[in-house]
Design a protein around this ligand. Structure first.
Ligand code: TRP
Length: 330
């Protein structure tokens, strides 16, 4: 079985778009791959400077993935920081990473551009953690000889960089010790519509969070933007934001039934939203209950993550032993 590995930034509670677009597809890979999921907590240190927030976010993402169906008995789940071999590999990889390669990173270039526009010195606010972010990411991936890395489009360049770094190392030592990873890019076949009809995104402020209690979930659903058609008018499901979200949760029969009610007229937007709320609440309640149970038992999360790290570390250590030997550090 091939290996799939993906890192999760600890950015807190996800929204429906994150779930449909990233979490669910990543978890579906367990059917065809041996899967590794880890919390990229040292990556997050580049952005989160509040220790409480970092810690809390780690719990939230761990609880999220576990609640969404990640089975620690089947897949590996761990914190990057608990697999210290990552950082030794990162140090090795640093020596095979051209600075020029890092200069070309989109995220870094965007910062330079912003600084230029604001009249600041180009490297203002850029630290080495940020500059070498792709190297640490390459270490995450190669440590477990991942064949594929499921990521969004925005991460494609990072995977290409990992390929370059692996090839540079293998070339110098005439070996194949580092597996050259392939990206598994999630094409957004199914973008999730947000409250205002634009793509659901944190930056648009149009999200519905995944684990809202029923009352708040209902409130969010009632905020979905609709047109000004009155109750009697027949309505078009295909241009309606409420229906767009309903589709993601309903079965085909349920979808057809609601589309019928739209076209027949006599159904107001309040009614449509109530139908959507009930459907979402039915589907999401078990997820929310599992999430809440994990968040109420953080020691259980700690145990799962520590066990996960313990399980994968021997594999990491064995690769590092080979790499040290290859470079002459024993
Ligand atoms: N950089 C990724 C992101 O921003 C997170 C990440 C860190 C990652 N290490 C990884 C993803 C290794 C895949 C593989 O989402």
């Amino acid at each position: 079985m091939k290996t799939a590995l993906t890192g999760i930034k600890p950015t807190g509670v996800p929204h429906i778009g994150n779930y449909m677009g990233a979490i669910r597809p990543a978890l579906e890979l367990t059917r065809d791959y041996r899967c590794f999921y880890f919390i990229a907590d040292y990556h997050a240190l580049n952005f989160i400077r509040d220790p409480k927030e970092l810690k809390q976010n780690c719990y939230e993402v761990a609880a999220t993935w576990l609640a969404c169906g990640l089975d620690p008995a089947q897949s590996a789940i761990y914190r990057q920081s608990q697999v210290p071999e990552t950082f030794e590999l990162s140090t090795i990889l640093m020596c095979f990473t051209a600075k020029g390669l890092m200069n070309r990173a989109h995220a870094y270039k965007a910062m330079l551009q912003t600084n230029r526009e604001l009249g600041r010195v180009p490297d203002d606010g850029v630290n080495m953690g940020l500059f070498t972010y792709p190297v640490l990411m390459a270490a995450d991936i190669m440590l477990f000889c991942a064949d594929v890395v499921p990521v969004g489009r925005d991460q494609a360049q990072h995977i290409e960089m990992a390929q370059d770094i692996a090839q540079a190392f293998n070339y110098v030592y005439g070996c194949e010790l580092l597996k050259v990873p392939q990206p598994l890019i999630r094409e957004q076949t199914q973008t999730v519509t947000g409250l205002d009809g634009r793509k659901m995104s944190k930056s648009y402020g149009n999200t519905i969070l995944l684990f809202l209690p029923p009352k708040q979930l209902r409130k969010q659903v009632m905020r979905i933007v609709t047109n000004s058609q009155v109750v009697e008018e027949p309505k078009d499901p295909d241009t309606c934001n409420v229906f767009a979200i309903y589709k993601l949760f309903a079965t085909e029969d349920e979808r057809n039934a609601l589309a019928e009610r739209y076209r027949a007229g006599g159904m107001g937007w309040g009614d449509a939203k109530q139908t959507l709320f009930e459907k979402m609440n039915d589907v999401l309640t078990p997820y929310r209950e599992r999430y809440d149970a994990f968040m109420a038992d953080k020691p259980a999360i700690d145990r799962i993550l520590a066990d996960g790290a313990e399980q994968v570390r021997p594999q990491a250590a064995s690769l590092l032993a080979k790499l040290r030997k290859a470079v002459g550090i024993v």
